[in-house]
Design a protein around this ligand. Sequence first.
Ligand SMILES: CC(C)(COP(=O)(O)OP(=O)(O)OC[C@H]1O[C@@H](n2cnc3c(N)ncnc32)[C@H](O)[C@@H]1OP(=O)(O)O)[C@@H](O)C(=O)NCCC(=O)NCCS
Length: 178
Amino acid sequence: MPLRWDGTLEDLPDGYDGALVRSIEDHESGVAPTTFSFMAAAVGNDVTKRGLAGQVLTALSVRARSAGLAHVIAPLRPTLKHRYPTTPMKTFVRWTRPDGLSIDPWKRAHQRMGATILAPAARSMVISGTVGEWESWTDMVFPESGSYVVPDALSLVDINCETDTGTYIEEGLWTEHR
Ligand SMILES: CC(C)(COP(=O)(O)OP(=O)(O)OC[C@H]1O[C@@H](n2cnc3c(N)ncnc32)[C@H](O)[C@@H]1OP(=O)(O)O)[C@@H](O)C(=O)NCCC(=O)NCCS
């Protein structure tokens, strides 16, 4: 997505959702973008671990810069984070292997491309629904209010049976490719 960003931490969108909304609002109001944001990358199961994602991100960065955009950023969704749903992102990003690279494979791929971490994105993706909707989406039951571990979610899902709501606030990680 192309969007306007002034290069400061204060002006970063909330994360994935915020970048999407800002990009569309900028476009609709005729604001010229300054920045390109990767949103998501997906590679077919039979062709992973060959460096394809990195090649695509590099090609997209080159195209963004040749289109005159000054910054390339991404609201990274670390692929191993779902195994540590109770750990805050700011802690998870500090965990490294003996070689100094992240324990997270997707963050490692970005590190190898020279990306730097800007800041955690506290409300990168927010998903709200009724308790019944959350039960059908997750194939789980939520008998009482509380915070639940849901497979593949990067953080906990908060269930409130009194208000019949379930809320998932996913933290992301803003990175910049210079
Ligand atoms: C994440 C993803 C885009 C990586 O694509 P890729 O072309 O395989 O990327 P690379 O070959 O550069 O591999 C990057 C790292 O991820 C690891 N990796 C890739 N696929 C993996 C898998 N299925 N399981 C475990 N690790 C995997 C690679 O081994 C590599 O780690 P390394 O440092 O040990 O070498 C791809 O696995 C994918 O599509 N996943 C599902 C969607 C997703 O989670 N996207 C990212 C968030 S938007």
